[in-house]
Write a protein that binds this ligand. Structure first.
Ligand SMILES: [Zn+2]
Ligand SMILES: [Zn+2]
Length: 257
């Protein structure tokens, strides 16, 4: 995880020789700094730095530098048809459409996506599979949805949004309108709603759960962790799954899928 939260989201996946980004929501300079910390080399002759960039949706905290990074690294940017006109995306000319619900295969890496309920149309979650190993990234989801969970089954590493604690959101400083937006059906997952998604998404494959897109205002790391661990306990997976928190300010550890 290069970054996670409303200030910018990005995940780096290495599969064989390929380097793939899911979202690039920080400013370009900060994205480059984090890519360097993650030992991603700059593009060289005949070799991109980042081979593929996939974008979940057009909100700036996910798309901000996606076009810029793809162009600079000579990678191919994959996004939905309607995102092609997005100002952040258009900075890259090397674009290809990934239909909502579609699948892309990049040299043995199979990337599928499924539509999420969220107030940027469309918004998707990604499932990335390479040599039988599966990583799933689900953020910016307004409400739990079992159909979505079924499309994302079998994750070994699961990155899941634990955005807010409902009580903290309700008693917090956000305006009434913003509270309604965040808690609404097209906003973000509360800790409780994330527990429901985890119930549907977790399988015997799962060994690492990354809690993502935590609100700095309306959540606490210990509350999110408590909810995740409680659900894993109920599923009998508590000892089999390590729980990590994705950070806004620094890159996370390398996670082997
Ligand atoms: Zn977001
Ligand atoms: Zn969003």
């Amino acid at each position: 995880m290069l970054s996670s939260g409303s200030g910018g989201n990005s995940a780096l996946i290495r599969a064989g020789e390929q380097r793939v980004l899911v979202d690039a929501g920080l400013a370009g300079v900060e994205m480059e700094a984090r890519l360097e910390l993650a030992n991603v080399p700059p593009p060289a002759v005949g070799r991109p730095g980042i081979d593929h960039v996939f974008v979940t949706h057009g909100h700036l905290d996910h798309a901000r530098s996606a076009g810029l990074i793809a162009r600079k690294h000579r990678g191919l940017l994959h996004c939905s048809e309607s995102l092609m006109r997005n100002a952040s995306i258009r900075r890259c000319r090397n674009l290809t459409t990934l239909p909502v619900g579609g699948v892309e295969s990049c040299a043995g890496l199979r990337v599928s996506n499924v539509a999420l309920p969220h107030d940027a149309q469309p918004t998707v979650a990604f499932r990335l599979e390479h040599e039988g190993r599966v990583a799933v990234i689900v953020t910016d989801m307004g409400r739990p949805d079992e159909r979505v969970a079924r499309a994302l089954a079998g994750a070994h590493v699961l990155v899941l949004e634990f955005n807010h604690d409902l009580a903290l959101l309700e008693s917090g400083p956000y305006s009434a309108a913003l509270k309604r937006r965040v808690a609404g059906n097209a906003g973000h997952l509360s800790n409780e709603q994330a527990m429901q998604m985890l119930r549907w998404l977790a399988s015997a494959n799962l060994h690492t759960l990354v809690l993502a897109h935590l609100s700095e205002t309306n959540n606490r790391p210990e509350l999110a962790r408590e909810c995740a661990e409680k659900q894993l306990d109920a599923l009998g997976l508590r000892s089999a799954v390590r729980v990590l928190l994705a950070s806004q300010s620094e890159i996370g550890p390398n996670l082997e899928v």
